[in-house]
Design a protein around this ligand. Structure first.
Ligand code: BGC
Length: 681
């Protein structure tokens, strides 16, 4: 201990000289490694980190273990950066600001270690792809890899080196809002999509040009929250943990993922962020993970609130000893305030601090941040504007849409057959709701709503009318509403509500086709967006039934991140197309799908219940007693799903004279389907 302390106390001048000497000596070795497109030499990476660690003070070492949000308190963050108290920032997305912060870290600190900027690049950065559950519905790893590599390229162009994705939580309870962020209920599909995302974000190796570090989250068991209530505890038996919840994470580790995020909730009574079994025994000992673990936002400090730690210092030590390398926090980290004292009083050792630093510094080296800490702002604008990215987003939306019903072959629609179309529903012309949650950097102006996509498709000769019909909003505000600066909804008066509903129904009855766009607003799905019901929010069900009563042809297009109760629609509405939240190009994709210029390529990655009372319901379950009675487990409703896992049809025909778009059936689907058949599904 004492020897270490003495080593650390070299004089300031000697330290500075040593830093410069090391920088000069090793820079040429590493220079251009990532930009030249060759895999970093691991021996060089290790030696470089050894050299850095040798000259860092304990305070500087602890600084690398802290990550802070940039929520606008710039002065405070500047001080933390210059003081060497922070190794990473998140939520900085402006390349000029990233360069400014990076200059502070590189020019104004003693050891010149660049920051790594993290961000929630979940389903795109500027070009927003369909939400993750939709991407999983494509059953197509190639489409998923393409999407995440475009997201990585855009993020990297502005200086972001680290995505807090993929989210790999298996979710079997659609009340849980974050089901939209994952690949659904199945560990096999979840694992294939996990590996595809890692490839997309990181490329062939960490440090591949135009790629970024990925972070698998939320480790682990978050999707099993009791009652589907976000952040509530999970209780998962070992057999389910190993067979269901862990496989996608293991797949990501095997695919070479460089970081992991610990989850918020208690797993079997031990908070995931203080869970040595998860973060050490499983992750490092069983799986040989060599990357680093970051906590979820404030989840180290929360150990106190979970009554797992007696105070912040105890929380810091418990998380650290469990295996959390870096603490993500708003304002300040428990690590920055407590780990030095924990070293002094022998609760943890300097060697442990160095071991925690090592994978973080290695990632910074591999990513080439020491050689290329700054971004070219002009180049970033060119990359963000790329038209190829928008095309890829449209194709992804087409491949992830699921045709739930097509009675009488109403779809695809023939342009010539309908000249007066009513588009109805509160989501049909809302840009934000076309994108879904976790979209912050999009350009709303370029987001194509379903109404505008249809307008473009049909041109001026068709009459297209629009009415929202009803209003939808949350009973309790979401904290994301503040981030988006959304004003609280002003509910319509009873008279207004009646007038709007009548307007919509009148439009439907005077048109020759109605396209109803219903579902959930983007803030109704995602983090802190759990529900106790799966009904269409607001008076959408009444709107649906009133429009259906006009007896005109109707297509129902669903925008949502979870299965909803559409029992009535499934019997009465001839065509139902699930498009999830389809992203930047959503409207163009939907127009192509409805008019036969694209085939809905998706199949459900989750079982679709008839209503909320059936939860949990998933295909892979033990049949146990009387399996032949499986569909009659309830006396008041069938206990089978409305639509089973893997369900998804396709357009029967493409109007004559047009080339038929190829229906892609992915290899993952084929392997799954043959395995499922072999098991008697
Ligand atoms: C979420 C994470 C996210 C983090 C940073 C947390 O609230 O649970 O998924 O990556 O915030 O935005």
């Amino acid at each position: 201990m004492r020897k270490k302390t003495r080593l650390i106390r070299t004089t300031a001048l000697a330290q500075r000289l040593f830093v410069c000497a090391v920088a000069v000596a090793i820079a040429p070795l590493a220079f251009g490694q990532s930009s030249s497109g060759s895999r970093p030499d691991e021996r060089v990476v290790r030696e470089r980190v050894d050299a850095l660690l040798k000259q860092m003070t304990l305070e500087e070492k602890i600084g690398q273990l802290s990550q802070l949000f940039d929520f606008g308190e710039v002065k405070k963050i500047d001080e933390a950066v210059v003081g060497g108290h922070v190794g990473s920032l998140l939520f900085v997305t402006d390349p000029a600001e990233i360069n400014r912060f990076q200059h502070l870290a590189v020019d104004k600190t003693r050891v010149h270690i660049p920051l790594i900027f993290g961000f929630d690049v979940i389903h795109g950065f500027r070009t927003i792809f369909p939400v993750p559950i939709a991407m999983a519905a494509s059953w197509d790893p190639a489409t998923v890899t393409t999407a995440q590599s475009i997201a990585a390229k855009e993020a990297r162009a502005v200086g972001i080196g680290w995505a807090f994705a993929p989210m790999l939580d298996i979710a079997r309870d659609p009340r849980w809002g974050r089901i939209v962020e994952g690949a659904g209920e199945d560990p096999y599909l979840g694992s294939a999509i996990a590996a595809a995302q890692v490839r997309g974000f990181q490329g062939d190796y960490i440090g591949s040009p135009d790629h970024i570090l990925a972070c698998m989250k939320h480790f682990a068991g978050y999707g099993a929250a009791e009652g589907g209530r976000d952040y509530d505890a999970s209780y998962i038996p070992a057999s389910q943990m190993y067979n269901v919840y862990l496989p996608p994470f293991h797949a990501a580790v095997k695919a070479g993922i460089g970081s992991a995020m610990s989850a918020y909730m208690d797993l079997n009574d031990v908070p995931a962020t203080g869970n040595h079994w998860l973060l050490h025994d499983v992750l490092r000992d069983q799986w040989n993970f060599t990357g680093f673990v970051v906590s979820d936002a404030n989840s180290v400090k929360s150990l106190e609130k979970h009554h797992y730690a007696k105070d912040l210092s105890d929380a810091a030590v418990r998380a650290f000893n469990a295996g959390v390398n870096m603490e993500m926090a708003i304002d300040f980290t428990a690590y920055s305030r407590n780990l030095a004292a924990a070293v002094q009083n022998g609760q943890i050792t300097v060697q442990q601090i160095e071991a925690a630093d090592r994978p973080i510094l290695e990632m910074k080296v591999r990513l080439g941040l020491f050689e290329h800490p700054y971004v070219d702002e002009a180049r970033s604008q060119r990359i963000l504007a790329s038209p190829e990215h928008r095309t890829a987003a449209r194709i992804a939306a087409e491949r992830s849409a699921v045709l739930l019903r097509n009675e009488g072959g109403l779809l695809p629609l023939k342009k010539s057959a309908y000249t007066n179309i009513a588009v109805i529903g509160p989501l049909a012309d809302s840009q934000l709701d076309t994108l879904g949650s976790w979209a912050f950097q999009q350009d709303l102006k370029e987001t194509v709503t379903i109404l505008s996509g249809l307008r473009d498709k049909l041109g001026p000769q068709a009459k297209l009318t629009y009415a929202s019909g009803v209003q939808i909003y949350r009973k309790f505000r979401s904290f994301f509403d503040d981030i988006f600066k959304l004003k609280p909804a002003v509910p319509w008066t009873a008279e207004q509500a009646k007038a709007e509903m009548s307007k919509a129904v009148n439009l439907a009855s005077s048109s020759d086709l109605t396209i109803l766009v219903l579902g959930e607003a983007q803030n109704m799905s995602g983090e802190a967006a759990s529900r106790e019901s799966l009904d269409l929010p607001g008076r959408q069900e009444q709107l649906l039934e009133a429009v259906a009563a006009t007896r005109k042809p109707i297509v129902l297009v669903l925008l949502n991140g979870r299965p909803l109760n559409i029992k009535w629609a499934a019997q009465h509405i001839p065509a139902i197309l699930e498009v999830w939240y389809p992203g930047t190009q959503g409207g163009n994709a939907v127009a192509n799908l409805l008019f036969g210029d694209a085939v809905p390529g998706g199949k459900l990655p989750i079982t679709w219940p008839r209503d909320v009372g059936q939860i949990p319901i998933n295909y892979a379950h033990n049949t146990t007693q009387s399996p032949e009675e499986q569909g009659k487990r309830y006396w008041d409703e069938e206990s089978t799903p409305l639509y089973p896992f893997g369900y998804g049809g396709k357009h029967r025909d493409v109007p004559s004279g047009r080339s038929r778009p190829a229906l892609r059936t992915s290899a993952v689907w084929q392997r799954f389907a043959s395995g499922a058949r072999a098991q008697g599904f």
